[in-house]
Design a protein around this ligand. Structure first.
Ligand code: NDP
Ligand code: 8X3
Length: 257
């Protein structure tokens, strides 16, 4: 049997994660897909197999659930445990309000998903990579992990935490030959704003009007580039914005729109 490379992507039912799955599948990689929405996972799994003739393993679990994460990864068949790339992508912003008016449930969900979920998955996958003495972990951070913005408070704090964890992983995993890369996108049109604004499609659309935002495929291209560097090269930190965006707080919008 041909042993193809394996990429494990959390949050692969939409946005960046889904685009990354298609990008790597198109280059012949086998894919482990994660997300909570089982219907989407099975549709994507079927489509990837039909289009690219690769192997796909769907792992429906909630990254916030430590037991589900442990069971799913521990019970992977032996030949699926040889993971070459882990993309810690599952994440979200929930709400957009001043910190003094913040909804504590929103805070919990962001902290549990963006920080603790990333840790649970990484804790299970890192020993598998250490055994092989190779691997790449890509953490999906954000420009919100570099600077805070108005009403972004806890979301920004979770992405700053991802930034710190990325740096820590790079230090601790160095002796094991494991690469760690952070991708830090600016505004990208995915389901991100729809989730942040609790399904308010009109408000979500507004976040991307008047300029051309990043597309999920742009981030997939970057992830593929990072994963295909020569063995001695590591991309540490990739900050990427649309042309219209200078930083978290300034987007140049076309006034006519
Ligand atoms: P989407 O909302 O389009 O996709 C998010 C994905 O994460 C979905 O597949 C969702 O799947 C999954 N997910 C969310 N919560 C959980 C959970 N508890 N367990 C498992 N999977 C989960 O957003 P994006 O693709 O834009 O976001 C992906 C990552 O990129 C996030 O970490 C986000 O913070 C980051 N990011 C996004 C930017 C943007 O502007 N879009 C910019 C910078 C960073 P399901 O609901 O099926 O579980
Ligand atoms: C998402 C980017 O700045 O819209 O991480 O919150 S931002």
């Amino acid at each position: 049997m041909i042993h193809r490379k394996i990429i494990f992507i959390t949050g692969a039912t939409a946005g960046f994660g889904k685009a990354i799955a298609y990008k790597f599948a198109a280059h012949g990689w086998d894919i482990i897909l994660n997300g909570r929405r089982r219907d989407r996972l099975s549709r994507i799994e079927q489509d990837l197999i039909e289009q690219f003739g690769i192997r796909v393993m769907s792992l429906p679990f909630d990254v916030r659930n430590r037991v589900e994460v442990m069971n799913a990864i521990q019970n992977l068949p032996h030949d699926w445990k040889s993971i070459d790339v882990l993309v810690n992508n599952a994440g979200l912003a929930s709400g957009l309000s001043t910190i003094q008016e913040g909804d504590i449930d929103d805070w919990e969900v962001m902290i549990d998903t963006n920080i603790k979920g990333l840790l649970y998955v990484s804790r299970m996958v890192m020993p598998l990579m250490i055994q092989k003495k190779q691997g790449l972990i890509i953490n999906m951070s954000s420009i919100a992990g570099k600077e805070a913005y108005s009403r972004g408070n806890v979301y920004c704090a979770t992405k700053h935490a991802v930034d710190a964890l990325t740096k820590s992983m790079r230090i601790d995993l160095l002796e094991h030959g494991i690469k760690v890369t952070s991708i830090d996108p600016g505004a990208a049109e995915t389901e991100f704003s729809l989730v942040r604004f609790r399904g308010d499609a009109e408000r979500a659309k507004k976040a991307y009007s008047g300029y051309t935002p990043l597309h999920a495929e742009d981030i997939a291209d970057i992830a593929y580039f990072a994963a295909t560097r020569p063995p001695h090269v590591v991309l540490n930190d990739i900050v990427v914005t649309p042309l219209a965006q200078a930083n978290t707080s300034y987007i140049h919008k076309n006034q006519m729109e």
